[in-house]
Design a protein around this ligand. Sequence first.
Ligand SMILES: [Zn+2]
Length: 447
Amino acid sequence: VLPLFGLLMGLFSSSGTTEESPRNIIFMIGDGMGPAYTSAYRYYLHGKPQGTPKATVFDKLLVGNAWTYPDDDTWVTDSAAAATTLATGVKTFNGAVGVDANKAPLDSILKRAKRAGWRTGLVATSEIYHATPASFVAHSESRKEEFAIADDFVDAKVNGQLPVDLLLGGGRKQFTRDDRNLVAEMSAAGYTYVEELTQLSEVAQAQTVVGLFADSALPYALGSDTPLRLTHMTQAALANLGRNGAGFFLMVEGSLIDWCGHANDIACAMAEMADFAEAVKVAVAFVEQHPGTLLVVTADHSTGGLSLGRQGVYEWKPEEVKKIRARAETIARALGYAITMNKVWRQFVDFDLTLAQSFKLQAARLAALADGMILYEAVLEVLNERTRTGWTGMGHDATDVQVFATGQGADLFRGSLDNMDIGRRLMARVPEQAAPGVARAEAAEHD
Ligand SMILES: [Zn+2]
């Protein structure tokens, strides 16, 4: 059956689209993943600075970089403006979700794919209605309009159908509100609903599916029992969407890289990078097994002004990063209640505090009675000093981000691109209308 099936699929796919168009597009966004993050991840994997580090999956896929500036007077973008541009090919202002500079709703690659009869999916470790995934579906002049944005996952219909066939991420709270239960509405529309990562195996066979694995964002990778949750969601998404060869568009976001960057927490960031890198590897394997698939990976912006090395010291110590087993916030909270500080410290970190650091943390603990941030900042200072990690702030910056690509059409993403070119070129890969072969391909699956 299989060879015949393959032959049929070949016929169907060539009938509907041009030779150049990929049947599937996987678009992956490392939120906040500026160039320093991929460098850091390479050295983090290698450890102690000796010998030759290996190329990471990012090094192997690198094709160029992208400018991230928004359409306002800042140069420095937020996730909403950048994701809107990546999703639609149109620049917009910070805070905008799926609308242009005049606040008019924009067509997105996801909706275009849905119109073309492709299947569509969104996967994120944040809430699924958070700025990046939302920009592919919703329309709002403010990312803060979370209710309205979540509602668009049902209301922003394409050809009378819900826009996204597969949703995996966090955000249960907004999807099961008292005033409107979106999960109930999606279930009524035939969606399979899952709440546990252990149910991901059920996702592959579902026709349409919504998986919400946490009330808000998924737990951070660092210190988690399931640090590879994005990887597992990506596997499940590809198993589902890649099933019948009808073509699909899938966006996968490593959402929390950005949040670790905002927190200036290097161990947190590396744990998120590890999950994102594994998810990218899953996508690369899919591309290798499914010619005609395009994979593009990029970031929306860089976060925190991460630097490897700090304050004039010529070293960065990833082997020390590996000794940090919890987020700085978790450590600070535990220290706040600790009786023996060194003992509590060692529950989370595999190196001892120096005497000077102990005194500083002790003082910060007292000061934290008035301002909790003081203890947090003192913990960060110890971790960042030990690992020689620098940060210039707790926000975004305008540094270019890298672009990685493989598969059919990957060459279109080479060079130094404006991020609106990425959105435009992705959209141009999807045919304007439903390919004639699509309906037949779906029928073939049920034979
Ligand atoms: Zn951010």
